[in-house]
Design a protein around this ligand. Structure first.
Ligand SMILES: Cc1cc2nc3c(=O)[nH]c(=O)nc-3n(C[C@H](O)[C@H](O)[C@H](O)COP(=O)(O)OP(=O)(O)OC[C@H]3O[C@@H](n4cnc5c(N)ncnc54)[C@H](O)[C@@H]3O)c2cc1C
Length: 481
């Protein structure tokens, strides 16, 4: 194979080359994050021949590699494939059920592999999708790069669960990136874990200093008995740390979650970098480097000043920076926050999710910075309410491209609806929906846009997806059951 060449003017050209077809499948899922895992599982369970491609060596994406290891789904309200996954994790000591489900990322990786193998899904890891194969406006497959070289994978229907809509965008689907008004995106975070923490001591301190923490019971959960612990605040201690030069100027709070009290282990979700674009390698590199410095500062400061942290240490850090927001496709429908607050019903509903938010706010992560600062009423004063919303099939269908569905973070919603839908519950619900729809479309030999929506809904209900949740509970119930 001829290599790329450079001419005297410095122009670099790649020779035209033929690529071998390494695999062909009915349903191809790109990205093995929590959305892609659910999509592949749902397609496999719907008898679709299914192939999953993932750039990392393990599954879970943000939920494992980026260490965001708590499912924002109340265990009691989980259903279908999601409940099955939780129950498998719980059975092997890999998850704590409660108002959300804290899980062990290592056991998630293995459990996901097992469930996919049982559903007959083929998996190709260490494989980056670099291009698409088009026949007119129809996506016929993808081009990948991996240790074997450059390969083609053909498919009848592809689900783009890459988070960044890599496939949809390369296929020519319209999209937006970040906030519609100015393109700004939510900050990135390098999550890390600390060990050696005296958790009861920490909890005692938080209980006796409520003025220094978020008043929202979901942000500050102090239930030691059920291991449901999450703490957001330390506002004053952080200000004092900054005054001593121990923390960077844009740091306004410290947050711990996914706490395992008896092991003295917890996750720190408190590094922040703004003004970076997760679809640019240079920005991702800068974010990784800067947040690693922040991690060192936070750990040293916590050891010195936070009760319970005197013997703590950095146990490990995520193997990739956590990216909250990049591209969202423009689908056949673009869901807005108004739709969510109005409790809109859709004839083509394929999923229902719920989470707690403060309406018309930023969901805790404003792209403008200063999160948790003195002016941030959402962080310091507000108490979120539960919102239940339906996901219409049209949000999974990119405009202008056939043969393609999306699931997860790149769903067709606007920046304000993304406050709700960027959460793990919607990622999984849209994954299940996309997997079922892809299998139904592939089996019928039609593009996803022409899939029989009643057949998709019937199959989802067979998989125990609760499509009536919003009708039963209304848009803002006190609790989910
Ligand atoms: C720091 C942080 C904190 C968060 N906190 C919460 C929270 O408290 N509660 C909550 O509910 N949600 C939270 N979220 C959001 C939630 O975790 C994510 O939105 C969700 O996990 C996204 O899942 P996904 O599968 O859509 O995308 P991802 O997890 O991004 O998965 C995409 C997968 O595709 C792979 N991939 C990408 N591009 C390619 C390619 N070109 N070729 C091959 N593979 C590719 C990636 O490696 C990855 O495995 C948080 C997110 C972050 C980053």
């Amino acid at each position: 194979m001829a290599p790329a060449g450079i001419d005297k003017t410095g122009r670099i050209t790649e020779p035209v080359r033929e690529i071998g077809v390494a695999h062909a499948t009915d349903v191809l899922v790109v990205g093995g994050g929590i959305a892609g895992v659910m999509a592949a599982l749902a397609s496999g369970r719907s008898n679709g021949q299914t192939f999953l491609v993932e750039r990392f060596g393990s599954l879970g994406g943000t939920g494992t590699a980026a260490m965001m290891n708590l499912f924002y789904v109340p265990y009691a309200a989980s259903r279908g494939l999601v409940r099955e996954l939780f129950d498998r994790l719980i059975a092997r000591g890999g998850a704590i059920p409660g108002e959300f489900v804290v899980y062990d990322p290592e056991l998630y990786k293995v459990t996901a592999l097992e469930m996919l193998a049982e559903a007959g899904v083929e998996i190709l890891l260490h494989t980056l999708v670099s291009d698409v194969i088009m026949e007119g406006k129809t996506l016929r497959g993808i081009v990948v790069e991996n240790k074997s070289g450059r390969q083609a994978i053909l498919s009848r229907v592809t689900v783009d669960a890459s988070g960044d809509a890599d496939v949809a965008v390369r296929a020519g689907a319209p999209y937006t990136k970040g906030r519609e008004a100015d393109g700004k995106m939510r900050p990135m975070t390098l999550i890390f874990r600390m060990g050696g923490v005296d958790v009861p001591r920490l909890v005692e301190y938080v209980k006796t200093h409520p003025e220094d923490f978020s008043p929202d019971p979901l942000q500050c959960m102090l239930d030691l008995e059920h291991h449901m612990i999450r703490v957001f605040g330390f506002f004053k201690l952080v200000e004092e740390g900054k005054a001593r030069g121990e923390l960077w100027p844009e740091c306004y709070y410290f947050r711990v979650e996914s706490v395992l009290p008896e092991r003295g282990v917890l996750t720190v979700n408190a590094t922040r970098i703004y003004g970076v674009d997760g679809t640019k390698a240079e920005d991702l590199s800068r974010a990784e480097i800067e947040t690693r410095h922040q991690m060192i500062q936070l750990a040293a400061w916590a050891r010195k000043w936070i009760p319970g942290f005197a013997n703590s240490f950095i146990l490990d850090s995520a193997s990739t920076i956590g990216v909250r927001e990049t591209r969202r496709i423009r689908g056949e429908y673009v869901m807005t926050e108004d739709d969510i607050l109005a409790g809109c019903h859709y004839d083509d509903v394929v999923g229902v999710d719920a989470n707690q938010q403060n309406p018309r706010q930023q969901g805790g992560h404003p792209p403008d910075g200063k999160e948790g600062g003195p002016q941030d009423v959402e962080a310091r004063e507000m108490i979120a309410r539960m919102f239940v919303y339906e996901i219409p099939y049209r949000c999974l269908l990119p405009r202008e491209v056939d043969g393609l569905l999306v699931a997860g973070r790149c769903l067709s919603v606007d920046h304000h609806a993304d406050v709700y839908t960027r959460n793990q519950g919607t990622a999984m619900a849209s994954g299940v929906a996309a997997g079922v729809a892809a299998a139904v479309a592939a089996q019928a030999g039609v593009p996803p846009r022409e899939a029989d929506i009643r057949a998709v809904q019937a199959k989802l209900q067979e998989l125990k997806v609760d499509l009536d949740l919003l009708r039963r509970l209304g848009p803002s119930p006190d609790r989910l059951e």
